[in-house]
Design a binder for this molecule. Sequence first.
Ligand code: SF4
Length: 727
Amino acid sequence: MLFGRGKKNPIKIADKKVEKWIYTTCGYCSTGCSIEVGVTDAGKPVASRGVGSAEVNRGKLCIKGIFEHDIFEASGRGEEPLIREKVREDYQTVGWDTALDKAGSEIQRIQEKYGRDSFAIVSTGQLLTEEFYTLGKLSRAVIGTNNYDGNTTLCMASAASGYKRSFGSDGPPGCYDDFDNTDCLIAFGSNLPEQHPVIYWRMREAREKRNFPLIVVDPRVTMFAQFADMHLPITPGTDVVLLNSLMYVILDEGLEDREYIEKHTNGIEAVEKVVADFDPVSASKVCGIDEDTIRTVARLYAKSGAAMSIWTMGINQSTHGSDGVVGINNLNLVTGNIGKPGGTSLSITGQCNAMGTREWSSCSGLPGYRYLENPKEREEIANYWGIDPEFLPKKRGLTETDIFPAIETGQIKGLWLIATNPMTSMANTPRIRKTLERLECLIVQDSYRDVETTEYAHIYFPAATWAEKEGVFTNTERRVNMVRQVTEPHANTKSDLWIFNEMSKRFTQGEKVKFPEKPAQVFDEMRELSKGRLLDISGMDHDKLEQQRGIQWPHPEGSGRDTGDQRLYTDGKFCYADSKAKLIPLPFIDNNEVPDDEYPLWLNTGRLVEHFHTRTKTGKVGNCNKYSPTAFMEMNPDAAAEMGVEHMQYVRVVSRRGDAIVMAQLTQRVPHNMVFIPFHFHDCVNRLTKGLLDPHSRQPAFKQSAVRIESVDQEEAARMNVELRQY
Ligand code: SF4
């Protein structure tokens, strides 16, 4: 007998009166989950659900995706264009024509006075690919500034740089299906369950079937590390040392795939020479992983039938980020683990369309992975766009992280920021604040009016968000997927595509170039330009992408298939002239800020499952924000006891750049000499970070800074914290 059963209230799921489910693709992380958004008969989005027939997520969504329909009407959305003469003045609400005229004339005034490159443009990883392509055309062919980049320099630049150096082109060679085929997985600096929950679920499903070894390399005992067979708590910033040491063991014990190396790579001799200095005994003293573990991991990886590596920001956000990626590629090349099922170097990308910007935005070159440095490719694109090839720069200009120092020195006088929020996301934000104040003209284009950087803008363009528009995203495994429009743009917001097209009309040079109005027409241009290239998408169109729930590139026209290629380089042919990959030696220079007597703790930063980037979206979604409404700091209980810090007490964290007030959470997840603070919160961890730049990718080292802890008045700190977190 079940006592009292009849008295219980049954759980009721509220009827949201969904009339129609509309297919689209998640706009948060790069996993690329297919979503259906439920709308009422009045067209109001009220629910989200995963698409069961989608290969990527097979019906699953994480907490961000489940509540994604809430972002359309979230607080803080921009509604009308705004302008003002001076930053301290009130904004004036104006029509689109006035705002665009003002922006166009300011860009031209600055360029005429100081030169074409004195006006810079920084975009994002969150626009639709058609919008990226159009912005690239506008920046390169019409406005004509070479100082144009994306905020992907903060997250994916090292991966792109490392792929280019090793394989001759960007483009992750693997796919999620590799989890189903691998015999060993190493994850470097990736907390997959929190950062990419659905990729983690794919990996876990595969592992439950075949139980392959999982090794997690991370200074912190992350959720992923807790689930691993082996956790390697590496000293921050020393990945290259560990990777060289793994190579040392593999080469020393003859575990390499000599046939693959000889047939498909160049440079093994130089690599052998450098790794000879990284025997496990010496390496262990630098990277903090004991020599036996290094040997065990090297043997396990090299002897596996197929082995794969994944990584995220733990590798990329380092002064050795690009080298770390090359080190992972070296490891996979010498063991013959590229382009085969279960054998790959798979960078897990960050933002929903970080791949789209790498492929088509022209930020680091020209569309379709073309290089500005290549005269033939410059000419090809100039002819296609209808401009003089001489109008295009002959080499890449400044990256985002070099644009801000160039504002300080007066080289750059005007800036257009599109869907990026450097006042929270850049390292050393006290310096960024002063930098923005020097600009003669700052244009901020964002879906949210309350994004912190708007405080320093002269012109604000309110943009439509995510599925208020139509176009495509590319995910981590090179799968292009369809974002269908679910609802009309909020208030008087406009799609980024419309804004770019309208801006082109403000320039005489814009009369030479065609700017199609419809996303499908823009996609047709991209298809055309992709023919015969590594990222060939000529066999795709918007309808087919929706039908197939996304298609991986390459997918050329006439392939006779509905799906794309799962993997790159399956034939061992890479994108260098002789078709061989490069093995690159990686000497190690220790240039990080490290703990000392004055600042005795490592500061590590990272992400939380509930939040995305600077919380412009998830900070307004109740069911995301309520789990992590405030900044906190993980601290080891023993270190806390020594410093007199108690659980849930506010402390002041101080670095050489600035200070921040956070609440201490005592946990063994961090070692005695480290604290961890999530990066999502404004006026918090990036007031402290140093952000030294990687020499190849110009990506900042967010995760290697030194701090000390000071006590603060608890009531005062609580009051400040509440004020800071209010939206
Ligand atoms: Fe969206 Fe990423 Fe979550 Fe999938 S895992 S629902 S793509 S945030």
